[in-house]
Design a protein around this ligand. Structure first.
Ligand code: ZN
Length: 237
């Protein structure tokens, strides 16, 4: 936080670099910088849909998995700006046993991170692991929609694990809503399947938090980056 040096699991060449200072120097003006998930969360917390909520967790589930927590319109970043990096929590041992999964090494340097199993590539990896079939996302979803048994088994296992992840975030943060972005958020079925999956990992009687797709889709990160300046202004005045 004090040095401005970045730590990046998926873009290793940025690790240790002071990108914000470098950009500010090159452009000869001040620059606001944050990670894509925080920008996404900030954007989705500032929509008509989000107005009724004060605590929003924006989660990008695409090639990787990361999030941002916005409380009353402000991003909660934490001491090292590392808050909401939930994609790098370890997959619970329950799932390792239930689905006979190995611990995979993650780009961040840790083992068995959630994003290895629950991101878009994670879903395809799971299917390969279970069935031996290396499919593209479209094909897997097409098979799932036609009731193909192995595709259904993969998607059900994946939803089970993803539901647990959101339930655990809910138990820690007790947010009003999760807004999902990234490639996986375009799979329509997840919005009907996730609440049931989340309920299995919440106290009986506790309703799962709302889960919505992003209002601004793939443009939300950029919209959020623009909002960083609005946020900065609001903090200064
Ligand atoms: Zn990781």
């Amino acid at each position: 936080r004090h040095t401005g040096k970045l730590l990046s699991s998926n873009v290793p060449c940025l690790t240790g670099r002071q990108v914000m200072d470098d950009l500010a120097h090159r452009l000869n003006r001040s620059v606001a910088l944050d990670n894509d998930c925080c920008c996404f969360a900030l954007s989705e917390a500032h929509t008509q849909q989000a107005r009724q909520f004060s605590r929003i967790f924006g989660a990008i589930i695409g090639t990787g998995m990361g999030g941002g927590l916005v409380i009353d319109g402000q991003l909660y970043r934490g001491r090292n700006r590392m808050a909401s990096e939930f994609g790098h929590l370890p997959l619970p041992a329950t799932f390792m046993r239930r689905y006979n999964l190995p611990e995979i090494t993650c780009g961040c340097g840790l083992q068995g991170c959630l994003e290895r199993y629950q991101s878009g590539p994670g879903l395809l990896w799971l299917h390969k692991h279970f069935s031996g079939e290396q499919l593209k996302m479209e094909t897997l979803l097409e098979k799932y929609r036609h009731g193909n048994a192995s595709a259904v088994a993969t998607v059900e296992a994946w939803i089970d694990m993803l539901g647990c992840t959101l339930a655990q975030l809910q138990l820690i943060l007790d947010v009003d809503a999760f807004v999902l972005g990234g490639g996986v958020s375009n799979i329509e079925e997840i919005y009907t399947l996730l609440p049931g999956a989340m309920s299995r990992y919440l106290f009986p009687g506790l309703a799962p938090a709302n889960v919505f797709p992003a209002v601004h889709g793939a443009s939300s990160g950029v919209r959020g980056a623009a909002l960083l300046l609005v946020e900065q202004d609001a903090l200064m005045h």
